[in-house]
Each structure stands twice: as structure tokens, then as C-alpha cells.
Design a protein around this ligand. Structure first.
Ligand SMILES: C[S@@+](CC[C@H](N)C(=O)[O-])C[C@H]1O[C@@H](n2cnc3c(N)ncnc32)[C@H](O)[C@@H]1O
Length: 234
């Protein structure tokens, strides 16, 4: 397993995006002082950057193992809600001819709630920190492009693979992206995401398989790999 290089800002976002990286002490502090102080201050100054980087690298390595069967060098990949982008940068290190477009949000909510948000308001990322993470770990600028969700200038191309771990249909409704994903996928595009309602997607896609079960995360969910929208937009 390769250990990724981190700064404190990167480690803070990693903890906010993967709350399982917070130790018991930090979780007690969150309960005691509330979500605002936790999101803004304690998640930054009460963490051990080296420990967080070790745990995050391991976690990303495990995610990589889970999806590596769907990766081929030279693919066009779209990532939705990739956070600081550990998995994406890991893929780019292994597959230097692959290109990844990342759509993410560019703010950290004041009081992060890890539930399902119908309004799609919650966010815990900073796009310049994502870029810094990629640079620090040796990824060239021409291997990826970052898009701010709120600017709505989504890239229009045909992707081979679309990934959204613990973001699309885990924290917010698939409908936010459904027609966009429909327009940027082709017959054999693989779309991988974690969802709390896998059965719903049998109506949307021709082919679906479960590639992971998540029992220890915020919600019980399944990671599904889908192909071919039943109703294709022209
Ligand atoms: C639980 S984190 C997961 C991050 C990363 N995929 C991972 O597996 O570590 C969810 C991410 O989704 C992002 N997010 C929330 N709403 C979004 C949206 N509408 N489009 C793209 N990203 C979004 C958040 O900012 C956050 O970084």
C-alpha cells in the first residue's frame, strides 16, 4: 500500500468526508461541543495528520481493490463527489493515460450532517485543497479537471466509467444527476455508486450488480455497478 502525502488541511477534509477516520476522542468532542465547532475547528486542530494519512491511504487502497476490475488504462472517467479525491489520484497513479473529470462542491457546511439531504445542500470539500492533494502526490494537471457543482458547467463527453462513492444517492437524490448521467453515458458505460435503495435502480438500468455491502457506514447501503439506462435520452 502506498502512503499518500498530506497537509493538515487535506487531513481535515479527509476526516470530514470519512468520519470513520475520527478517533473516539474526536467523536466525544463532537458530541460535547456540537457540529459547528467540530466542522470548523476541532476537525482541523485535534487530529494527528500522520495517523489520518495512514488510515485514509489504507481505506483508499481498499476502495481501489474493490473497483480495480473495472479499470483500464486510457479510460475517460467521471467522478461525482470524490471529496479530496484519494481514489481518483490513486487511479491516475496506476493508469497514467486515464483522464478524470471531477464534479464536487467548493464549501464546507457550517454544521455537517451525515444524513440524506433532499435539498442537496450539504458539502464538505474545498476544490483548491483537492488540487493541492493531487499536486503534492505527483499527479499532472493534464490528467484531471475539476468542476464546481454550483457553477453548473458540467463536462459533456462519453465516459467509460462513472464513480461516486458515498455521495450520489447516499447523501442526496440520484435525480440531481440522472439526466446529466444519461447524456454522458453510452451503452457500456459503468456507473458505480453507493445507494441506500439499490432495488430502485433495477427500473432505471438494464444491467445491475451489487459489488459491495456497507454495513458499518452512516447508512446501511450497497455499492452497485449499473449499465445502460432503460430510457435513453437522445
Ligand atoms: C461522504 S463524502 C465522500 C467523499 C469521497 N467520495 C470518499 O469516498 O471519500 C461525500 C462528498 O460528496 C460531496 N457532495 C455533496 N453534494 C454533492 C453534489 N451535488 N455533487 C458533487 N459532490 C457533492 C461532498 O462535498 C463530499 O465531499
Amino acid at each position: 500500500m502506498e502512503k499518500l502525502k498530506f497537509t493538515r488541511d487535506i487531513a481535515q477534509l479527509a476526516v470530514l468526508q470519512r468520519i470513520e477516520l475520527a478517533n473516539q476522542f474526536l467523536m466525544r468532542i463532537r458530541k460535547l461541543f456540537g457540529r459547528y465547532l467540530f466542522s470548523k475547528i476541532f476537525s482541523k486542530y485535534l487530529i494527528d495528520t500522520i495517523k489520518v494519512s495512514g488510515k485514509y491511504s489504507k481505506l483508499i487502497n481498499d476502495e481501489y481493490e474493490n473497483i480495480k476490475g473495472f479499470l483500464v488504462d486510457g479510460q475517460q472517467i467521471l467522478s461525482i463527489g470524490g471529496g479530496i479525491g484519494g481514489l481518483e489520484l490513486y487511479i491516475l497513479k496506476k493508469f497514467p493515460n486515464t483522464k478524470i473529470d471531477l464534479i464536487e462542491k467548493n464549501y464546507v457546511s457550517n454544521k455537517i450532517k451525515y444524513g440524506w439531504d433532499y435539498k442537496n445542500n450539504e458539502a464538505y470539500n474545498n476544490l483548491s485543497t483537492t488540487k493541492e492533494f493531487f499536486n503534492l502526490n505527483g499527479i499532472n494537471d493534464n490528467q484531471y479537471k475539476i468542476y464546481d457543482f454550483d457553477k453548473k458547467n458540467f463536462p459533456l463527453k462519453n465516459y467509460d466509467l462513472i464513480i461516486s462513492l458515498y455521495s450520489l444517492d447516499y447523501h442526496y437524490d440520484f435525480n440531481f444527476y440522472s439526466s446529466y448521467l444519461n447524456s454522458v453515458s453510452k451503452e457500456n458505460t459503468k456507473i458505480i455508486f453507493d445507494t441506500i435503495r439499490p432495488d430502485f435502480f433495477y427500473n432505471i438500468f438494464e444491467r445491475l450488480s451489487v459489488i459491495k455491502e456497507n454495513k458499518l457506514t452512516v447508512h446501511k447501503s450497497k455499492r452497485i455497478k449499473c449499465e445502460k439506462f432503460k430510457l435513453k435520452h437522445e
